[in-house]
Design a protein around this ligand. Structure first.
Ligand SMILES: [Zn+2]
Length: 402
């Protein structure tokens, strides 16, 4: 075998071993050999290297099958590497530092008007945020193995280019500016895609070959995993589910079209319709100050008009999700994002209608999970995306400061 081929095979074997430890959480060498199809000698060699490099460690546990016997299990070392993720939103930068198993070590959120600041200023504030977040986690910049930046819109992650984003000024060369400042690998990815990859590696998508993520917040985002891989489309901008027209000549959408799904089921759409409704009422609240949280609370307290808007949002969601299930036949659909705060107001009508829109085989083959949302989930997703890149070539990519 040529040296280059040998290196490649070894790299691939190493990746598969590391991956089976990650998926199992705790696994023996024999089980790894069975799972990966590698020889026991190869597993022994590679795991010895991984232990020596501090990526995994051994632990003795009681065997469940033969009493009194102790088995040696292998586990990932959470402190083997750290990454940081940044989510760029229109008025806010959020940060999360995560360890090698994707767990959050520290988070930070800074109000920042991206549209009114230069790209250089954005990079400077992002660097400050990272340093602050690292200090909270008692880590240094040298401890980081990479940085991920998540932004809504059309992003070609391979070239680090953002073609279009709803965030004004956001499509600047932030990746290069940050890479210069931090002197490390910086990855730019669409926010829903990076969250989807992080879910696949460390979240509800772990070990699942075919699944979809739908994120509801200001807009509606989506991530598609087919056969274990993120589907990105011909030009890397697939999965713009929110801008599928669902009502011809319907409500105006932020994208300039009429009747997009987003204009009914996203936070921005619900708020737009609530404004219209409350305007017609005498002594209604101040329209400019209205927030989605208030509207949700009033609906929950029994405002029938507002409840109707949420119900309709859930019904459209059912239509959209049923369409996705029929196209992709996924094992799982994960619905998440700030918008899940509406809870039963939206998901009761959605579940009710899904039964009507799907035949039984389709409905039974897909599990629909509503995942609660935390403020730092986007940033954690961006950091997890970087980890997924590091796992592919850990011996080269992990920084060693000590
Ligand atoms: Zn639209």
């Amino acid at each position: 075998m040529k040296a280059a081929n040998r290196d490649f095979t070894r790299e691939l074997n190493l990746f598969n071993i590391l991956n089976s430890i990650r998926e199992a959480g705790s696994i023996s060498r024999v089980e790894i050999a069975e799972k990966t199809g590698q020889s026991k000698a190869s597993v022994t060699n590679i795991t010895a290297l991984l232990i020596e490099r501090g990526l995994i460690y051994e632990d003795k546990v009681e065997s469940s099958t033969s009493r009194g016997r102790r088995r040696i299990m292998l586990m990932l070392n959470p402190d083997a590497a750290y990454t940081v993720g940044i989510k760029i939103a229109a008025f806010r930068l959020s940060f999360a530092v995560v360890d090698f198993v994707g767990q959050v070590k520290s988070t930070l959120s800074i109000p920042f008007r991206v549209g009114e600041r230069s790209a250089a200023m954005l990079a400077a504030v992002a660097e400050d945020g990272i340093l602050h977040c690292l200090e909270d986690a008692r880590l240094k910049l040298e401890d980081l193995s990479g940085c991920g930046v998540a932004i809504p819109g059309f992003v070609d992650s391979a070239s680090g280019t953002c073609y279009w984003t709803p965030i004004q000024n956001g499509s600047s060369n932030i990746r290069d500016l940050l890479a210069q400042r931090l002197d490390m690998d910086v990855y730019l990815e669409n926010d829903a895609n990076s969250f989807t990859v992080a879910s696949q590696w460390f979240g509800l998508g772990k070990g699942i070959r075919n699944f979809l993520v739908v994120t509801i917040e200001e807009g509606i985002g989506m991530g598609i995993v087919v056969d274990g891989k993120l589907y990105q489309g011909a030009t890397g901008i697939a999965a713009e589910f929110g801008h599928m027209v669902i009502v011809p000549d319907g409500e105006p959408c932020r994208c300039g079209k009429l009747g997009c799904f987003e204009a009914y089921s996203a936070d921005s759409g619900i708020l737009q319709q609530a404004r219209k409704l409350l305007k017609r009422r005498k002594n209604g609240p101040d329209q400019d100050m209205l927030t989605i949280e208030e509207v949700t609370r009033w609906a929950r307290e029994g405002d029938r008009g507002l409840r109707k808007i949420f119900q309709q949002s859930g019904e459209f969601l059912a239509r959209g999700v049923a369409g996705l299930i029929q196209i992709f036949n996924p094992e799982r659909v994960i619905i998440t994002g700030e918008g899940v705060r509406a809870g039963d107001l939206v998901f009761d009508p959605m579940h009710k209608l899904l039964g009507k829109y799907l035949n039984r085989q389709q409905a039974n083959s897909t599990q629909i999970l509503i995942q609660e949302w935390n403020d730092h989930d986007w940033a954690q997703g961006a950091a997890g995306f970087v980890l997924s890149e590091i796992y592919k070539s850990p011996l080269n990519k992990i920084q060693r400061s000590g």
